[in-house]
Each structure stands twice: as C-alpha cells, then as structure tokens.
Ligand binder design. Structure first.
Ligand SMILES: Nc1ncnc2c1ncn2[C@@H]1O[C@H](COP(=O)(O)OP(=O)(O)OP(=O)(O)O)[C@@H](O)[C@H]1O
Length: 426
C-alpha cells in the first residue's frame, strides 16, 4: 500500500531561521496523526510543505505517491484540504459561499456547479454543524463557529488527505470533542488526517500516532503513549511533566509545570499522607524534580499507589496494621535524610501519630498542608490535637494547593529549621 504522505529529508529555512532540518516521516492511509511540539517548532511549516503552499529548500513531499512540488494548485487541492490556524476573514461572504469554495478544485472549466457539488456542500455543513449559519456573513460569526465553517470548506473539498492546524483552538469543550469525534469518523472512512495540536491530552485521546517536533526535527514518533513521556516533554517543551493515564478516557494525560524545582538535582522530600491526601503534592513535587519518599502508609492506600507510580521510596505497613518498630525506624531515617518534610494532611488519624512523632523528632524543615479544618473525630484525642498544634507551630503552613506546597518546600529548604527536638510522649 502506498503511504498517504511521504516526507523525505525536508529542510525549510525562513528568513534566517532553519525551521525544518531534514525532516523525514511517513504517514499511512487512514491514520490520524498529531503534530505536537512547542510554539515555533515548525508544525505549521510542515503542514505548508505537505499542502504544497511552501516549496522545501531540500527534500520532497509525496501525497498518495505524487510529488506535490510537481503538481499545479488545482491538482494539489484535489489531494489535500487544509483548515488553517487563523480563519479570520475580511470578506463578508455568506458562510455557505465560503464552504462552496471547497468545491473549486472539482468544478469544470465553465464553472458549472452540479448537484453533486451542492450535496457535498450540504453534507459538509451538516457534519461541521454550521448549516444554521448558511446565510450569515462569515465576518459576523464567532471565532469557534468560523473554525467550523473552514472545516466544512475542507470537508466539501473531498480530499483523501486533510490537514488541520490547531483545529480546536477556538472551540468550546463541547465542540472540541464533537469536532475531533467528526475527524475520527473521517479517518474511519479512510481519510488521512494530520493535525497540529497543542492540547496534549486531546492529542493523546484522539490521535493514532504523534510526531513530536522540536528545533526543526522530529524528536519522537509513534503511539501517543510512546511519544508523551516525561523525558521527551522536558526536552521539547522545557517543562517538567507527569504523564498518567486519564481515569475516564484511558489515554495518556499530561500535567506540565514550569521548570522550577527547589533544587532539582539534590532535593529529597519525605511526604506524610494517607487516603490520597498526598497524591496531588507527590505529582507536583515529582514534576518539580524532587525525589520523594512516602510513609508510613498502608500498602493499599491511594498515596502508596501514587508513590509507586512516580517511583518514590515507600514505607508501608499492611492494611489496618499499626506502625511497628521497623516501619517507625525506617520513616525516622527517611525524615532525617530528607531536605524537607511535607505533612499532607493535618487531620491526624491515630495510625499517623508515630510517623508525626518521627517528624517532630527531627530537625528537617517542615511544610504542613492545612487544606481542611481538623475534624475532631479523626484526631486521635488530645494526643492528636497536641500533635497538630505542634506541627503547625513548627512548620510552614500552606493551603492544600500543590504549587503552594512546592513554593513552601523551596522556602523551607532555604530557611534554617526551628529547633524542636522534644519528641512527643504520650
Ligand atoms: N515567513 C517567515 N519568515 C521568517 N520566519 C518565519 C516565517 N514563518 C514562520 N517563521 C518562523 O518559523 C518558525 C516555525 O514556525 P511555525 O509557524 O511552523 O511553528 P509552529 O510549530 O506551527 O508554532 P505554533 O505552535 O506557535 O503555531 C518560527 O520560529 C517562526 O517564527
């Protein structure tokens, strides 16, 4: 089978900038391929090389086996339709007229429109959900509606290859999903779609494959799961990111943070959590490059699962078991070794008291997350209440906000600890 698109060693220089540097990739028929990468990576430029608008300085692009640089614009427009990034229009054409322009490459010499042309326009408008706008001037519809009008124009063009440059950037969440569902249907019908897409979660959810562009080269290619890794994202976007599986869609889900590790090469933080209280903070600290240890938690606790997912060192006891001497000694050692401790929830369950004793018995700088009011029922009596007030007095107290926790950890590490050696004794 001939691939739908073959890009062979394409180089493009614009002004003084080498935008694409010997880019090669092949896109098979009936695939939805996402182009991802930071601003200025060359995604639009690559799409413009595929649709023949831009002649590469070197290399070649073949669409359904035909070299696009050898085709005239009518022939190229029969192969490739494009929805551009900017659909701003200065002409007050009615929406239907814009969609009819998609038929131009199919209309004969005498400009006669056939019923097939009209049907194609009707169907395209229907599928892109713009039929109700048919008579409105395109200058008077919203940005998102206009984006769908231009999608309809591309659909009316009835090409085997569709290029979409940020097809959902102006769409509300409902139309984002509806548009990408429509694109998926088009692919199921056999069309090949290449979409430059900034929203990495949408890219992972809808695309069969991704190409990650950075500095004029394709840095990663393959399934979304194989392309969207913390390492590739950091290299391309300069952002720390955690990649998890989205609980609803099952696709890769990316949470990116500015690269602001407290001290990304050395910081280690021990996190006291339980019941999932530590989970958002663990993801955020991990993304900030902090090495985490977690505990003591039960082996089946949600925070234990998160700790395993991010490769954190974990101190556990079996479900419902008390913290034994071994776990207590281990957690004390982790706390002493850490650059800072985060207590992720001051709602102290009785089982946490030995861990909090260990925290208060060490010099390690402390951050206390105080997200919820202390629930008296969860506090282990007066012992627990005293622990809570000592923790608050001893540490930096922050709201239950992952960014605030990272900032507080940075501050805690920079601030000499308040000395509080007297361990709590019941
Ligand atoms: N006509 C031009 N002259 C000079 N440089 C240009 C021109 N067009 C684009 N560039 C540069 O080429 C680089 C790639 O641009 P391109 O639009 O392909 O990136 P992109 O990945 O689509 O970015 P974005 O995600 O911001 O849309 C950018 O640095 C841009 O400034």
């Amino acid at each position: 089978m001939t691939p739908a698109i073959e890009i062979d060693a394409v180089s493009v220089t614009l002004g003084d900038t080498a935008v694409l540097n010997s880019v090669s990739t092949t896109i098979d028929e009936g695939r939805l391929v996402g182009l991802v990468g930071p601003n200025g990576a060359g995604k639009t430029t690559l799409l413009r090389a595929i649709n023949g608008v831009l002649d590469p300085d070197q290399g070649s692009v073949r669409v359904t086996g035909q070299d696009v640089s050898a085709l005239d614009s009518r022939a190229t427009s029969q192969l490739v339709a494009t929805v551009p990034q900017s659909t701003a229009s200065t002409f007050e054409f009615p929406v239907r007229r814009i969609v009819e322009m998609g038929r131009t490459p199919h209309i004969g010499r005498f400009g006669t429109r056939t019923s097939a042309d009209r049907d194609a326009v009707d169907e395209a408008m229907d599928r892109a959900a713009v039929s109700h706008l048919a008579d409105r001037p395109v200058t008077e519809v919203s940005g998102g509606e206009r984006q769908r009008v231009f999608l309809a124009r591309a659909l009316a063009q009835e090409t085997p290859v569709l290029l979409l440059d940020e097809p959902t950037s102006d769409l509300d969440v409902n139309h984002q999903v509806r548009t990408l569902d429509l694109v998926t249907d088009l692919v199921d019908e056999g069309r090949t779609v290449v979409a430059a897409i900034h929203d990495l979660d949408l890219a992972a959810r809808y695309c069969d494959e991704l190409r990650l562009l950075h500095d004029g080269r394709i840095r990663a290619a393959g399934t979304p799961e194989s392309v969207l890794t913390a390492a590739t994202l950091e290299a391309a976007f300069g952002a720390r990111a955690t990649v998890t599986t989205h609980p609803v869609t099952g696709a890769a889900s990316v949470t990116a943070f500015a690269d602001d590790a407290p001290d990304s090469t050395t910081a280690t933080v021990h996190v006291v959590g339980g019941g999932g209280a530590a989970t958002p903070h663990l993801h955020r600290l991990d993304a900030a490059g902090v090495e985490c240890s977690v505990g003591v938690v039960s082996t089946d606790d949600a925070d234990a699962e998160t700790a395993r997912a991010i490769g954190a060192d974990l101190v556990t006891v079996p479900p419902f078991a008390p913290v034994d001497d071994e776990a207590r000694a281990t957690v004390s050692e982790r706390v002493r070794r850490a650059d800072a401790v985060v207590v992720a929830d001051v709602t102290v369950a009785p089982g946490n008291c030995p861990t909090l004793d260990a925290v208060l018995g060490a010099d390690t700088p402390l951050v206390v997350v105080d997200g919820r009011p202390v629930d008296a029922r969860n506090v282990a009596g007066s012992r627990g209440r005293r622990l809570v007030s000592r923790l608050r007095a001893r540490g930096i107290v922050v709201d239950d906000d992952a960014d605030a926790v990272v900032a507080a950890v940075r501050r805690a590490i920079d601030t000499p600890p308040i000395h509080d050696r007297s361990p709590y004794s019941p």
